[in-house]
Design a protein around this ligand. Sequence first.
Ligand code: F6R
Length: 239
Amino acid sequence: QIHISPDAEALGDALAQRIVAAVQANPTAVIGLATGSSPVAAYRAWGRIATSLGLDQNRVRGFALDEYIGLEAGHPESYHSVIQRDVVEVVGLDPHLVHVPNGNGEPGEAEAYDRAIREAGGIDVQILGIGRNGHLGFNEPGTAFDSRTHVVDLTAETIADNARFFASSAEVPTTAITQGLGTIFEARELVVIATGSAKAAAVAAALEGPCTEELPASLLQRHPNVHWFIDEDAASLLS
Ligand code: F6R
């Protein structure tokens, strides 16, 4: 399903409603959490709606999509910090139930993360943003559709895109650990948010182009339960 709106706030609200519905249906729901700019409004809306409903979220569990390798967990731009600041605190989750892959590059971490997701019963709703190059998580073009959580080299484009969060692009880590495309695909529901004209080509290719590993988000064409939330700029190249 594709939801298009001129208003990014309204998209965030609509996405948040799906998460809240999942938590209402199952108070121990497992939510997959993206970082980046795209879902920020949705996290705010989720927190607002949950508060207004008096929703008990004490048992909601979360798994972040990815983490940089080589940043201290306490670095303000590590995804440990971002998830704590922009998700756990904003939404009102128990930090002990929200997991972020360990970015220390230790062997076995990727397998352990996949195992933890499996042991939690899998992800009920996975929130996703999309990169300008069509990446999902940090799965860059060319990543196998059946990949599991793994360590990746970031592309120059992704490093340039993420430089806005750092003092300079030289400070952006060059490697990361990410849920694999196969891991992401196993979520029972996927909600994708994309705003702005910079995402238009990737959105059009993901929805209307060939399903190819050269465009990771095109994998979503094969998933039975995907909801896209896109503003008119990001939708501008759809036919
Ligand atoms: C974030 C992530 C990335 C972003 C994507 C879009 O955890 O894995 O795939 O979702 O790069 O980033 P923004 O939303 O900042 O445009």
